[in-house]
Design a binder for this molecule. Sequence first.
Ligand code: PEP
Ligand code: MG
Length: 576
Amino acid sequence: MHKERIYRGIPASQGISIGKAYVYTRRQININTMALKDGEVEAEIEAINNSIQISLKELTKIHAISVEKIGEKNSKIFEAQIEILNDRIFLDGVIKRIKKEKKSAGFVFNDEIEKLAAILQKSGNDYMKERYADLMDVRNRVVRNMRREKLVSKVDESSIIFAHELTPADTILFSRRKVMGYATDTGGVTSHAAIISRALRVPAVVGMKTISKFVATGDNVVIDGTEGVIIVNPTEETIQIYREKISRIKHHEELLFEIVNKPCRTEDGKSVEITANIEFVEETDFIKNCGIGLYRTEHLYMEKGDFPSSAEQIQEYTAIALATYPKPVTIRTFDLGGDKILQDYHREDNPYLGWRGIRVSLDRVEMFREQLKALLISSAKKNIKIMLPMISSVDEVRRAKTILNEVKSGLDREGISYDKKIPLGIMLEVPSAFVLAEELAEEADFFSIGTNDLIQYILAVDRGNELISGMFQQFHPAVIRALKKIVEGGHSKGIKVSLCGEMASVPLAVPVLVGLEIDELSVLPSVFSEVKQTIRAMRAADAKALAGRILKMPTESEVRSEVERFFELKIKPKIL
Ligand code: PEP
Ligand code: MG
């Protein structure tokens, strides 16, 4: 019997799961390049045939689960992989070469796949190029199965993923498997991988330093994403304690569900709009009857490894607009860069200070035009708002508006209808933007504050770096005062100010945001009810007084204590 071990990290996505660990390593697969000895050829052929059968079985199973979870259209990747392994001509070619060249099956298979991949990469066809990554996946699966290594595709087990690092692309791919949790050595709470885990309602603990080295695939584990705890080889007693916790959480969620359709108003009658942050169309199932304050479009790029086609974008934006109708959906143009770009696309020393968000769009004007055109074509129901990320100057907004107007004129000439009054808003997440809030408010139809970046840039604290995650302070006086300046700037020109950063999803921060007179909070679907309950439990007048007090405070600890005191006294007694 193994001994129970407890590890602590940074809680990144709420919830508890009990399951088996899957340790994900992105290390290179090992290929035997030595020549085979005379007697080894037959065994090698048998090994690859076996491995192909195992791989086919796995892929067929993954495909079935994938269709059930995310539909036929999104499951094509697995069909393509199955096709390769069913391609007799291709496989016969591999076997012939093993016999003739007396090279290991892994070596020949890899070589043949590489050749195929090179052809696909050269072909001008987008669909073919996309298949490159699928080919690499197939190669890894077959080579690993030859060595009987455990694979990600052991989806019949409820796995909790352990990894040194997960990129957003990894997280998206894993989300399509039966994942019950994520634990990573690196990362902070606002890293994109952590945000995706929360959006998918999968518990996550990040910044665990070396956890991926101390857990083995198949270990029994408990992940507590609320407390930031991982327990390896839990005893029966521990499992029982966590089972009880899970049932208490379920009960709490049921109670919260009851308030979903009640008005979002403070006790003294101030309405605060509450919308959701969404990454995938499928998530709209969770948030019936509610608008979307932030729909990120980067995943379209990340899944494809390239800018999506116009048709793909129109399909996506129309689907989200229809799913949300009659409520509005704020669709943000690509915010690529930072941690949201495929790693091999390009490298920069300071990606967060680099080619990111609107900067990419204004440089790649054709891509930007295509996205704006797709957004306009999808706006027939008049419930789409367009939002520009990473605005740092008035000029950028003006240039974007000129391009938008040109795209509109083009559509007019083509006789294509769209929402002529489509609102164009901007993200307030760069310090220069809050300094220029008033001037920017002249140019924009609405503001949305991105605190994940705003805090990172104001405090010079990398949002994904766990070494300094304690310095990423939402209650830092400079942050509170920046929020105040943005709200004043927006309201002085009569435009609405929303907040779509993670800060809106933290119940403790909600009275501060209401007190600062932010009009709309866009939150993670998983905390939607909790935030609403917090708003309903407070008095706007009290929140405003709280904001007045903390705006004068010089330190984070003073602000935090004041906010905690307020929460304990004024909110907690009234909520569940
Ligand atoms: C933010 O910066 O707060 C934000 C909402 O955008 P993202 O997390 O996608 O950078
Ligand atoms: Mg941002």
